[in-house]
Design a protein. Structure first.
Length: 101
C-alpha cells in the first residue's frame, strides 16, 4: 500500500520529467538565430556533469537498498538510473569532443 506522500512525489517527478522533455522539444524547434540568452556549450556541459553526479549518487543509494535487502522493488529504478547515467556520460564526452564515432 502506498503512503499518501508517495503518489504526489511520483506525480511531481513524472510531471517534471515530461516538462523537461517538452522544453527540449520546444527549444529544438526555435529558430537558432533568435536566441539571445542561450547557455554556452560549457554551461550545458556543466549542467550535464551535475546531472551525472546526481545519477551516480542515486545509483549508489539504490544499489545499497537492493543489496541490503531493504527493498525488492528497486531493480527497475536502478537499471533506469544506470542507463540515464550512461547517456549523460556519453553526452558529456560528445560535448567535450572526446567521443569519436
Amino acid at each position: 500500500m502506498q503512503n499518501n506522500n508517495e503518489k504526489p512525489r511520483a506525480d511531481l517527478k513524472k510531471r517534471t520529467y515530461l516538462y523537461a522533455i517538452n522544453m527540449i522539444k520546444f527549444i529544438d524547434g526555435l529558430d537558432k538565430v533568435e536566441a539571445q540568452a542561450g547557455s554556452t556549450k560549457r554551461d550545458f556541459t556543466n549542467f550535464f556533469s551535475y546531472a551525472l553526479k546526481s545519477a551516480n549518487e542515486s545509483k549508489f543509494w539504490l544499489g545499497l537498498l537492493r543489496d541490503s535487502g531493504k527493498s525488492d522493488k528497486v531493480d527497475n529504478l536502478l537499471q533506469e538510473t544506470i542507463e540515464l547515467a550512461n547517456i549523460l556520460g556519453s553526452s558529456i564526452l560528445t560535448l567535450k569532443g572526446k567521443n569519436k564515432f
